[in-house]
Ligand binder design. Structure first.
Ligand SMILES: Cc1ncc(COP(=O)(O)O)c(C=O)c1O
Length: 391
């Protein structure tokens, strides 16, 4: 696939989000790329086609999205899936029984559930480890890949991608990075040596909590071919309308992320000084252990904050009392969401691992949106005051 003139133009990220430097336009040069809501494409003659055959395999709207996402992640190829989990599941289909993967211990609960159930059933073996502190000891002859998020969901552990990539390259194993939390606005793992980048497109990339999607970005032609075969064969690709919604979301990705991050820093500072909050975990705070690595490998810190309060009762009371923003699962949209990882995003994580990672009944996770930061702070102050006095 030809991703056009963009690489020669070398435009900035904000400009890339407009997708205007792609050669792929529809036949009428529509500025908003059309939704090709069709299952199939007709052929005038045997052996002659438009480049499209059947939408499970490929579709112009989805292809346009894939082109834009490849551009944003500085990748050669991108594939769009019906959800983030469909993307992770497709990547797992690259492996065969007996293959061994090293996966980080702190990950989105759905990914852990996939590995523990479906991938394990398919004969793939896993070592769960803190990959940020090195993987050499876990590598076996059958090791095929390392899988991580950075920062992780929800504990915000940070891994030095470049340092890890040196090790994976030396051993000929793949480095797979779920880049959902920072989005390509703030981090491009392929540039740091990763082989495969995964996104829940549901989050920052689409950005409006109105569609579900997943993306995989990579440079390797052979792996791209295998993933396309997997996608076509399993029928996991993104639908045309969802592709269009995601394309529309991308237009504001840069401005949304910049604003959400600005808000997140203010809220993290506020929570830090609040007597109601016992711990704030945000990689944009200089005391965060991953702060210096983040400064080296990312251009921003994102807008995800985890924090602890003094008791389970207090945490639940916060969720019961918030009004200006929502108690809901998910992240990365324009509205602020507050999540209870214990019963929501990380309910599927085995209890032992959850406890080891610190996902307690006092932990809350915040996806900071683009509202007025002072309004969000005032809302926290109101909620905390309603619940009661600090110890
Ligand atoms: C880091 C991360 N990766 C993957 C996923 C899965 O994405 P989806 O919900 O789009 O299937 C999520 C969902 O919350 C996530 O937070």
């Amino acid at each position: 696939m030809d991703y056009g003139k963009s690489k020669k133009w070398n435009v900035s990220f904000d400009t890339k989000c407009q997708g205007t430097d792609l050669t792929i336009l529809d036949q009428y040069n529509a500025i908003s790329y059309p939704i090709y809501q069709t299952a199939t494409f007709s052929h005038r003659h045997v052996g002659e086609q438009t480049g499209f055959d059947y939408s499970r395999q490929s579709n112009p709207t989805r292809q346009q999205l894939e082109s834009v996402v490849a551009l944003l992640e500085n990748g050669e190829h991108a594939l769009a899936f019906s959800s983030g989990m469909a993307a992770v599941a497709a990547v797992m289909e690259l492996f065969k029984p007996g293959d061994h993967l090293i996966v980080d211990e702190d990950l989105y609960g759905g990914s852990i559930r996939l590995f523990n159930t479906i991938s394990a059933k398919n004969g793939i073996e896993f070592t769960v480890a803190d990959v940020s502190s090195g993987i050499e000891e876990q590598i076996r002859p059958q090791t095929k890949a390392v899988y991580l998020e950075t920062p992780t969901n929800p504990m915000m552990h940070v891994t030095d991608i470049r340092a890890l990539a040196e090790v994976t390259k030396a051993h000929g194993i793949l480095l797979i990075v779920d880049n959902t939390f920072l989005s390509p606005r703030f981090q491009n793992p392929l540039d740091l040596g990763a082989d495969i980048v995964i996104h829940s497109g549901t989050k920052y990339i689409a950005g409006h909590h109105d569609t579900i999607g997943g993306l995989v970005v990579l440079n390797d032609d052979e792996l791209d071919g295998r993933l396309r075969l997997i996608s076509t064969t399993t029928g996991a690709a993104m639908a045309p309308f969802d592709s269009w919604l995601t394309l529309r979301g991308i237009r504001t990705l840069a401005v949304r992320m910049d604003r959400a991050q600005e808000n997140a820093l203010r809220i993290a500072e506020y929570l830090k000084q609040s007597p109601y909050v016992t711990r704030v975990i945000y990689p944009g705070l200089p005391e965060h252990p991953g702060y210096e690595i983040m400064k080296k490998q990312a251009s921003g810190f994102g807008a995800m904050i985890s924090f602890e309060v003094r008791s389970a009762e207090f945490a639940r009371a916060v969720l019961e009392n918030v009004e200006l923003f929502y108690f809901a699962e998910s992240l990365g949209g324009t509205e602020t969401l507050i999540t209870y990882p214990l019963t929501q995003t990380h309910a599927a994580v085995p209890q032992e691992l959850r406890e080891k990672n610190g996902i307690t009944d006092r932990l809350l996770r915040l996806s900071v949106g683009i509202e007025n930061a002072q309004d969000l702070i005032d809302e926290f102050e109101r909620v905390f005051t309603v619940i009661g006095k600090p110890d």
